[in-house]
Design a binder for this molecule. Sequence first.
Ligand code: C2E
Ligand code: CA
Ligand code: CA
Ligand code: CA
Length: 279
Amino acid sequence: VKAAGGGNFRFYAAEMNASSLDRLDMTNDLRRALERDELVLYYQPQLSLRNGDIIGCEALVRWRHPRRGLLPPGQFIPLAEDTGLIVAVGEWVLRSACLQNKAWQNAGLPIVTMSVNVSAHQFASKNLVERVAAILQESRIDPNTLELELTESAVMSDADEFVQATDSLKGLHISLAIDDFGTGFSSLSYLKRFAIDRLKIDISFVRDITQDPNSASIAQAIISMAHSLKLSVIAEGVETEAQLNFLRKRGCDDIQGFYFSKPVPAAEFEQMLRERRQL
Ligand code: C2E
Ligand code: CA
Ligand code: CA
Ligand code: CA
């Protein structure tokens, strides 16, 4: 038994070694990916439930890895967070998303809001406000066509700093949303203290909205609370007509999800705008 245990341990240790080497490999690769322009943005439409129009999109990063193929963010964002590379990745995403939106605006396409994910680490970095201001200036987009999606973990890290940071970001006249709302176990008191514009109901509540009464209650509570605080609400991960109808009946403002479209390359999203596709 002992020998087998030892063998297992060695096997496990070897695996750990392989995976930390793999991480080192990936870290170096990711550093180079930024220089070699291997990151790419996909865009997922956001639709108004009031009139069915495309009103925005969320920029979602992928990595065209030279050997591993097209990698979803789950396979490199956590590593980027651990190594601090997320600040550079996040800046690339923000700049690219704003420049893309400007290009669509210049082409005379319907004006959309570009939502960009900002990780807690990136949010905590000292000069986020200056970086955002610089990118707004460089891309010459109207600031109210940019929305930053913050997670509750950014909120939780330090309430006073969060007030300051959100106030200065709002001073740039951009929009702020809380992403994955309802999953963070944070105090709700921040909602009235901070300059937030929109809540994004997490996919985990939307998924079971039509089967599980608890998910339905939570979604409904988020919508009512948001509206009484004069915030708008978007639901992510909407896949079915039943989910869509539930959300519409409860007064949810906007939706995003596979029901209308998965995240798509820029050219495909542009085509949707050109055709003025509707829900
Ligand atoms: P998220 O911000 O919650 O983004 C939504 C994720 O849900 C996306 O996965 C999207 O493809 C997926 N999704 C959208 N609609 C549906 C649906 O109807 N059903 C299901 N099952 N899934 C749906 P993706 O693109 O793989 O991104 C995963 C996460 O990676 C994002 O979650 C976000 O946390 C992170 N991420 C992506 N891009 C960035 C970025 O530029 N910066 C940072 N910091 N994080 C990013
Ligand atoms: Ca998001
Ligand atoms: Ca989300
Ligand atoms: Ca999520």
